[in-house]
Design a protein around this ligand. Structure first.
Ligand SMILES: Nc1nc2c(ncn2[C@@H]2O[C@H](COP(=O)(O)OP(=O)(O)OP(=O)(O)O)[C@@H](O)[C@H]2O)c(=O)[nH]1
Ligand SMILES: [Mg+2]
Length: 217
């Protein structure tokens, strides 16, 4: 009972979606963040699943409801329902499979076609632990993220590298957008933060590109 009450005790609830090709590690990023679990033999997701976790941002409790669907077309949830109400997204590719990086443009288009223009997008290169198999350079991915005005991080669900950072950065950025909006009666887009590169956490490889002009139309 107490656990139930605690779980419902939050200030903000944000829906965040995971997208990207099949096998890039979306479900393992989710299980690592919400349950600290990883599976080497996880099966392809069928339909849609979601999990929640609450974190503190400033003095507020932010509860993330994170949705996960299949990368494979035939197993996917209904597109419009999946994206409805999403305020954040992790667009995941696999650093060892270049084709998953090439397909990111298609995923981004689908995402932008179905969501609000203020959505916070984190571009995620997963499986960074497989150093000897790397097929996508950090520089190429960073350049893409800068071009598309999204945040960027490389992660490893296996080694728990940057998983926490990737999700909490998305949630804090959403919180920033939402709380500034709430404060800014005039709804002046110029009041929102604009582009610069910021570092998150202490590791050198943890960088994020602050979304430029995220809230102007
Ligand atoms: N080495 C390594 N393997 C990973 C990592 N993340 C996931 N995997 C493996 O990659 C495979 C696919 O992971 P999933 O999480 O099921 O991928 P998915 O993106 O959810 O795939 P779909 O549900 O089909 O869209 C599994 O065998 C995982 O164990 C990682 O960070 N490092
Ligand atoms: Mg999956």
């Amino acid at each position: 009972m107490a656990a139930y009450r605690a779980d419902d005790d939050y200030d903000y609830l944000f829906k965040v979606v995971l997208i990207g090709d099949s096998g890039v590690g979306k479900s393992n990023l989710l299980s690592r963040f919400t349950r600290n679990e990883f599976s080497l033999e996880s099966k392809s997701t069928i339909g849609v699943e979601f999990a929640t976790r609450s974190i503190h941002v400033d003095d507020k409790i932010v509860k993330a409801q994170i949705w996960d669907t299949a990368g494979q077309e035939r197993y996917r949830a209904i597109t419009s329902a999946y994206y409805r109400g999403a305020v954040g997204a992790l667009l995941v590719y696999d650093v060892t499979r270049h084709v998953t990086f090439e397909n990111v443009e298609r995923w981004l288009k689908e995402l932008r076609d179905h969501t609000d223009s203020n959505i916070v997008i984190m571009f995620v290169g997963n499986k960074a632990d497989l150093r000897h198999l790397r097929a996508v350079s950090t520089e190429d991915a960073k350049a893409f993220a800068e071009r598309e005005n999204t945040f960027f991080m490389e992660t490893s669900a296996l080694e728990s590298m940057n998983v926490e950072n990737a999700f909490t950065e998305v949630l804090s950025q959403i919180y920033r957008v939402v709380s500034r909006k709430a404060l800014d009666i005039g709804d002046d887009p110029a009041a929102l933060p604009k582009g610069q590169t910021i570092n998150v956490g202490s590791k050198d490889d943890v960088s994020a590109v602050k979304k430029v002009g995220c809230c102007s139309n």
